[in-house]
Write a protein that binds this ligand. Structure first.
Ligand code: DC
Length: 226
């Protein structure tokens, strides 16, 4: 199928910016598919931990990434048939995901898997390089961010709500370290692309952020039709 005409909205941004929540809401509103690309990197991390793979062997990790047995179903995620939706949210998985994501071989191993999510009637996806590398021809590209302090607080609340352990000082340090690693790697670094719109959600509610994305998308659809 020629997928080039299927609309895609990419929402890239740093850790804990709320991009996943906004992307999911926008996808629901438009009736589009949703891809959480960070979950794929987290799944590679979890599989690496479970199989005790060598985290310094990029080729071996890429093989592992290529052959991951993953199922996304009803907002749940299964790895090798086991429900892992909550497990991959642990900070340990996020930190390792960020380390493994710096290997070009691992990124390449996940490229086609991500593009396969572009199915009618459309796709909303969030990550770090969705607009720059995976879907460079996306209909609308957004760089969604918030200050490190606000993101730390949001991540803290999220973990607490799930009954998980959390410490504000440690979380802030993790977020800063992750920002630095994701922004400074040589392949597909986290950065605002020239053709992406900036959405700073520091002072916005989730619903305001969602409305901003939807109104930009409607604008793009209108421009493309004219
Ligand atoms: O969005 P997240 O926190 O779930 O992502 C976990 C890590 O995966 C993140 O620190 C960097 C990496 N990642 C990436 O390199 N590229 C993406 N498109 C998505 C995530």
């Amino acid at each position: 199928m020629n997928t080039a005409k299927i609309p895609v909205i990419t929402i890239d941004g740093p850790s804990a910016s709320g991009k996943g929540t906004v992307a999911q809401l926008v996808a629901k509103k438009l009736g589009f598919h949703y891809l959480d690309s960070g979950a794929l990197y987290r799944l590679v991390a979890l599989k690496t931990l479970l199989s005790q793979a060598d985290i310094h062997n990029a080729d071996q990790l890429a093989e592992l990434a290529k052959h991951l047995d993953i199922v996304f179903k009803n907002e749940q995620i299964y790895l090798d048939g086991t429900l892992v939706t909550e497990d991959i949210r642990a900070e340990q998985c996020g930190i390792l995901a960020s380390q493994l994501a710096a290997y070009p071989q691992v990124r390449a191993a996940l490229t086609e898997r991500q593009r396969a999510f572009r199915q009618p009637p459309g796709l909303v996806t969030d990550g770090r390089d969705m607009g720059s590398v995976i879907f460079p021809d996306a209909t609308l590209k957004i760089f969604l961010t918030a200050s490190a302090g606000i993101r730390t607080q949001r991540r803290y609340n999220q973990l607490k709500e799930k009954g998980m352990d959390a410490n504000i000082t440690d979380l802030l340090q993790d977020i800063q370290k992750r920002d630095e690693r994701d922004s400074n790697r040589s392949v597909a670094p986290l950065e605002q692309n020239a053709d992406a719109r900036l959405l700073d959600t520091s002072a916005l509610t989730i619903s305001q952020a969602q409305d901003a994305v939807l109104s930009w998308y409607n604008e793009m659809v209108h421009i493309n039709r004219v």
